[in-house]
Structure formats: structure tokens, C-alpha cells
Design a protein around this ligand. Sequence first.
Ligand code: PEP
Ligand code: CO
Length: 451
Amino acid sequence: MQWNRESWQNFNILQQPIYENSDKLQSCKNQLKKLPPLVFAGEVRALKDELKSATLGKSFLLQGGDCAESFSNFSANNIRDMFKLMLQMAIILTFAGGVPVVKIGRIAGQFAKPRSSDFEEIDGVELPSYRGDIINGFEFTKEARKPDPNRMIEAYNQSTSTLNLLRAFSRGGLADLHEVHKWNLGFLKRGELAKKFQNLANEITRTLNFMEACGINSANTQNLRETVLYTSHEALLLHYEECLTRIDSLTGDPYDCSAHMLWIGERTRGINDAHVNFISGIKNPVGIKIGPNGTASEILALCDKINPNNEIGKMNIIIRMGADKIGDRLPKILRELKKENRAILFSIDPMHGNTIKTANNYKTRKFNQILSEVKSFFEICEAESVYAGGIHLEMTGLDVTECTGGAFNVTEETLKKRYETQCDPRLNADQALELAFLIADNLKKRVIKEQ
Ligand code: PEP
Ligand code: CO
């Protein structure tokens, strides 16, 4: 069967809302189809080139953001703080780790959530699960939990303004390397961590002064004053993705212009299912999450379908097995794949395999487990002679308390202080920076080893 942006509708589909009123759904989709694309296909091709270099071990992918964006937490300050955190992490990886960093936010479209159960029960009342603000409301009422197609338009509008601000921050001066001292988020708790970043910023300033003396400065060098932050989200709500998929006027190819990169989750990657059909037809770089039960043959089948020409920079396999399982499962997969010579960028999501519930019913993650899965990933990749190519994180520039541990030591008791996520627990800025320093150390080893 010929692929088109609607062909996914002929396949088995998981994790979708059922809209009561199909006329209303159609009318919202018609509206969305007429709205401008959020990204341009030329930008998507630029990202693919950058991911090619990450696949070849010449750069490193940093992908991160909220588990889910929400309509209620939408604010310029939150976007700015996330942007600053990405810059801080990227500079740690670039300067301390010695490699260029490709930055992709989980932002400007990350609204839909897969759920392990279709229903949620509280005090004997059962209602449909919350599936993200693009689908239904978080509030535990019958009305809020009803899927509403108008929410797709609201999510599109919020994504447009988010992207607009991100583009302004990227080019308007905030990302200028000379501002490195101002990227600090102000609440870095730990003296030691703050000092580490301060030392790095001082070194950068010294280097910039030297370069200035050589005649290289922000005024004459674009790379010093601007950055590029690409966007990504899970291609879960296919009604939305379909509407934003457009034919590029330069190449005649279909691109999903809702984001530069799209991924599909562990729960929706069935090879004969709708999500894989949809994602196989778009030209964007594609991520696939692989949990502890994933196999090399599943990955190969996905590569055959999504990247039949074995294009470098197209496929990103995102491992999320959990700290306790990765050591047992990943080496075998890498060994089997090695024989097949596929162009795959491997990155690690140390969040989704490490989610637990506390005694007082908070969904959380232990920072030590997150660190441990990242360390194992680097060790396993090195042992199997595969590049550890990137990291995929749920994090926020805010000072939340959602994951336990870290230098500031959030405990099960203090989780309630600022537990603000509507879905999964995110790293706060301190924890994200601490992790970035650890990855930088591993990257440094990777680079030195090659010399
Ligand atoms: C996610 O990235 O938010 C997610 C749900 O991931 P996974 O599909 O790996 O569970
Ligand atoms: Co999540």
C-alpha cells in the first residue's frame, strides 16, 4: 500500500483517544492543515546532517525537556530557564567533554502521553486516564477527561509562540558565549557544583579574550553569538502529526513540520502498527525508544522499514532499559547489530526504565539509578566498540523536587516541596548539571581514546 500522511489510519493503533464527535474532529483537522508549518524542511535536513556527525562519533546529542508540556505551566520564564539549562549543559559537554553538541529540546509540541492504563481510579471513581493537554484535561472530572480535538489547535498555538521565543533566544544575544556567566539559574544549591560551572565559565571567558585579541569576536563570528536549538516530541497523536505533515516545495518530499525530529515510544513501536507506518513515510530524523525487552531483530526490522537506504543521521535508537537491566540486555543487542552494519545513532534515556512509586505514592526516580544507567551505557558502548552518541532526558530549568538524590539530596520526604510535574518526574537544574559533568568526563575519555 502506498504511504501518505493519512495511511496510518488503515493500521492497528494503540494509545489513541476516541473523539466522540467526528465532525468536530474533522473540522479541527481541516483548520490545522491550513495553518503554517512550525519548522522548515531545510532546517530538518540541517539537523539530519548534524546527527550524521553524532552517529560517526564526531559530536554528541543532547535531547531534553519536560515529560509533558502543559497549557497551565506555559510561561516565558519557564521557556527561558529551560533554554539556559540546555546552554549550560551543552557548554559543559562541549568545553569539558571536548565535542560539539547537537541540542534538541523536548519542547514546542511535547503534549501527548502514552499511558500504561486507559483508566484511572480514585476513591472508587473510574475515569479515562489523562493523556496530555493536547488530548484531554488533567483535572479528575468526567468533563475534563473527555478528549477534545480543539486542544490540538491550542497545542499548535502554544508551540508556535514557544518556538518563536526559542528562535529569538538563539539568535538575539542570550546564547552569545560572552554571556556564559549569566546562564546560571540563580538557585544552584551546591557550592561545589556552582563553583565547577563558574570555573568553566571563567576558562571560557579567558579563551574568548584570547580569541578577541586574535580578531575573532561575536561581531564577526556567528558561531560565537548564536546557537541552534532544534525541537522534538513523541509522534503519538497521529491526527495532529498528519495535519502538520507537508510536502517540501524544494524536494517534493513529505516532512512532518510539527518538529525537526520525532520519536515513537516503547509502547507504540509495533512494526505493523499505525505509528511505525506514519513515521516510515516522513523525511525527518526519527527516534525509537527501546525498553528492556527490545531485541536486535526488532531494531533491524524498524531500520528496514524506516531507513531502507541506511542513511546516516536518520535513525536514533534511544535505549531506556533501567539501571538494573541494561548490563544484561544491551551488550547482546549491540553485538548482534554490529554484524548488520546499520547506520544507527545510539543514545540513552536513563529516565523511563527507572521510574518507581514511593510509599507515599509519589512517582519518582533515584538520581543514582539515573547516573548508573548512563555510566553503564558508556561502558557497554565502549566494550562493544559503538559510539555512545547521545542522551535523552526529562528535565526542567526549575528548582523542582521530583527525582530523589543528587548533591542537594532530595529525599522521599522532601519530594512534596515542589513536585510539579503532571506526568513523569524530571531532573531539576542542579541534577541535570551534575549529570552533564559526569557525561563530559566520559566523553573526554572517548575522545582521548581515539587520538
Ligand atoms: C517519554 O519519553 O515520555 C516516554 C513515555 O517514553 P517511553 O516511550 O520510552 O516510555
Ligand atoms: Co516521560
